[in-house]
Design a protein around this ligand. Sequence first.
Ligand code: 5GP
Length: 206
Amino acid sequence: MNFLEEKILRDGVIKEGNILKVDSFLNHQIDIDVMRQTAYEFKRRFRGVEVNKVLTIEASGIAIATLLGHLYDVPVVFAKKSQTANSTDDKYISQAYSFTHKKMNNVFISKPYLSASDKVLIVDDFLADGQAAHSLIDLVHQAGAEVAGIGIAIEKGQQQGGSKLRAEGYKVESIAIIENMDWQKQTIKFRNQPELSFGNANLTIE
Ligand code: 5GP
């Protein structure tokens, strides 16, 4: 089991309706050590891939994206959400249905922060149906930029987002992939993943 799977089993709470609450280390309080390990693991899994920008969506992806941007030494951009469709010429705008809040959001990035020369690594805290990821991909494409890959902390493998994105040809790397979870028994089964190359004590990477 990897560090994130262990953390989820220790501190995650499964709610009715297929929701995993990880407020104590990711969605409300942030465990910097877990975020740091997540960023290092993305850097390792995307080794050899050219990246000159890290992109996420507010709010919970920002912590991971910031640490990853630091490792790559590249700018980090987060798409903003708003309910109003204030379509203006100075923004790329897309839409995403929010799985957790059950509502449609407009998602936007000001045009100066994405350009056609960008090779963008998209990261987010969760991948469920893939709505958030697809809206970010749409924004990248509107700018004429390239999606270098997609890094996800927790993928809910029982939903279709991950398999759709992989079928579309994107390199999707998820640190923990949940096969199924049972809120009554509070049990989670993870998909088998290749061993991580490092432990807690040794985080060096070129
Ligand atoms: P998707 O757009 O892939 O359907 O869902 C991804 C987004 O929904 C993530 O950005 C995350 O904020 C939220 N999300 C989806 N499922 C869960 C969940 O089980 N727990 C939490 N905390 N957030 C989730």
